[in-house]
Design a protein around this ligand. Structure first.
Ligand code: BGC
Length: 508
């Protein structure tokens, strides 16, 4: 072999070694990055764990906080607000009633004609309008002008309705889904905003007055018969169709629950007299807090950067406004620790850019190569094509975050059942799992996009309910999805509390 040939061979070997070295180095680095990302995932999984033992602790904490909130004003983060709804619709309500439903992403205007016999709704018209983003942080006058003009156009479309004359004005149920300290069935003061609304001049003001003033400014003669929370509307519609309905839960943009409580258990209001002996309580469970809740660093950051830090802690782990943002925060952290998502996308830094419906789409993507995940990453987060294993990782993040939310919601529901003695244990002070207690059929009305439109969420919630209660008890607990309950239910309550009937609730 000539010298030249040897030199070429040696040179080639050196180059080959160098290339191999570079490739090896890259592989090692990429393995290290992958390991660090997997570390982030493991940490998330661990801090979101909700074994049944922990869920039972949440159940107990919920029941205890309910007691505390009923015992004294400010006794708990659970406000346990009086609603002045002392009887639920029976199905015998009659006439045409309206409802305005304000509280999430959309404004709903509703008209129902009630048949008066066996829960018959003769007709139902619902119009839905997205609330322009700027109105959520504008002035109360702007917001109520928008509401009044929308309602006016809706009423004007009504065919000649002989029910209404100069002697009988149209009556309206107003669903206002924020924490409100009710003064009566038809008045209440806004305690604070949630779900991204922030109209400062309204906090502390009487909500129905603001609406009536808006209606008057816009020349609409209508009477607000009742002011209700969306969970109360949902409970009313649930009860209208099924008398075993004892509670209602909303899991949508925000989350909350209400239920029928015995008046004598509402200790903070000793003088409460109702003819029925009961009253619907609006729990405002979005603000529930317990050290047993599995909290991650993402929750802490999300809360700290929110307009209402330290408030709505349960809501921020469960509801639609927030789940997408938790997922975004996890992807951001992974992107900062490695380049598996490519160079850091500026979109990942934008709060609330990833809406929860996209989380559900990615989570439920059943295409073999997760095309939907790739599309959403690209279109919403400006993350270009990533390998399949990275897409799988994103699905896993969605799963962990959603599963925790659904299981915590299930624990909240069982907490209510425990408080009212419908969890099969005989109530809060008895020994768990007594087998001699006869379970009554118990219906919980439920609404909100997370439950109705996100199959995996719904399945996880049912699974957890069965785990916590055990199958024997769980078979007596029925979650029933209602449709437009927050609005239609408010119209039905308006019918049963129409100003032609006398209030039966008094405070001594
Ligand atoms: C509000 C509740 C409401 C729930 C569901 C929460 O943010 O505080 O009043 O019922 O969202 O809409």
């Amino acid at each position: 072999m000539g010298r030249v040939t040897v030199a070429v061979a040696v040179g080639a070997a050196v180059v080959a070694c160098a290339v191999a070295g570079v490739l090896f180095g890259r592989r090692v680095r990429s393995r290290r990055k992958w390991r660090s990302v997997v570390g982030v995932l493991r940490e998330l999984e661990e801090s979101c764990e909700t074994p049944v033992g922990r869920l039972r602790q949440v159940v107990d904490a919920m029941a205890v906080e309910m007691h505390a909130g009923l015992a004294s004003e400010g006794g708990s983060k659970l406000k346990m607000l009086l609603t002045f709804v002392d009887h639920l619709p029976t199905g015998s309500e009659v006439g045409t009633y309206y409802a305005l439903d304000l509280g999430g992403t959309n404004l709903r205007v509703v008209r129902v004609q009630l048949g008066g016999r066996s829960s018959s709704i003769l007709s139902k018209d619902v119009e839905l309008l997205p609330i322009p983003q700027h109105l959520m942080t504008s002035t109360s006058e702007d917001l109520f002008d928008f509401i009044a003009t929308t309602l006016k156009q809706f009423v004007e479309k009504e065919e000649n309705n002989s029910e209404f004359s100069s002697l009988r004005t149209r009556e309206l149920g107003f669903t206002f889904s924020f924490p409100v300290k009710q003064l009566s069935i038809r008045s209440g003061i806004l305690i604070r905003w949630t779900k991204g609304f922030a109209i400062d001049d309204m906090v502390g003001r009487e909500v129905v007055e603001c609406l009536q003033a808006g209606l008057a400014r816009n020349g609409l003669d209508m009477q607000v018969a009742v002011l209700v929370n969306d969970t109360v509307g949902t409970l009313a519609l649930g009860h209208y169709h099924d008398a075993d309905t004892v509670a209602a839960v909303i899991i949508g943009t925000g989350t909350n629950a209400s239920y029928l409580e015995r008046s004598d258990a509402i200790i903070k209001c000793q003088g409460l007299l109702t003819t029925s002996g009961g009253m619907v309580v609006n729990m405002e469970w979005g603000n529930f807090w317990s050290s047993h809740l599995p909290r991650t660093s993402y929750d802490i950051d999300l809360d700290g950067e929110s307009p209402n830090p330290n408030d709505q802690g349960f809501e921020k782990m469960i509801s639609g406004l927030y789940l997408g943002d938790i997922v975004r925060r996890v992807i951001l952290r992974m992107s900062q620790e490695s380049d598996i998502f490519g160079p850091l996308s500026p979109s990942l830094l934008v709060p609330f850019i990833l809406h929860t419906p996209f989380v559900s789409k990615m989570h439920e993507d059943d295409s073999p190569d997760l095309q939907e995940v790739a599309r959403i990453l690209k279109e919403k987060l400006e993350i270009p094509e990533v390998p399949l294993k990275v897409r799988k990782l994103v699905v896993r993040i969605c799963d962990v975050v959603t599963r925790r939310a659904a299981r915590l919601a299930a624990a909240g529901i069982v907490g209510i059942l425990k408080k009212i003695g419908r969890d099969g244990t005989g109530g809060i002070s008895s020994i768990r799992g007594r087998s001699d207690i006869k379970m009554r059929r118990t219906v919980v009305a439920i609404e909100g996009g997370l439950y109705t439109s996100y199959t995996m969420f719904r399945e996880y919630l049912h699974e957890a309910l069965n785990e916590i209660l055990g199958e024997d008890i769980a078979q007596h607990v029925i979650l029933k999805a209602t449709e437009d309950g927050s609005g239609v239910g408010a119209a039905i309550i308006a019918a049963s509390y129409s100003s032609y009937t006398v209030d039966s609730v008094q405070l001594l």
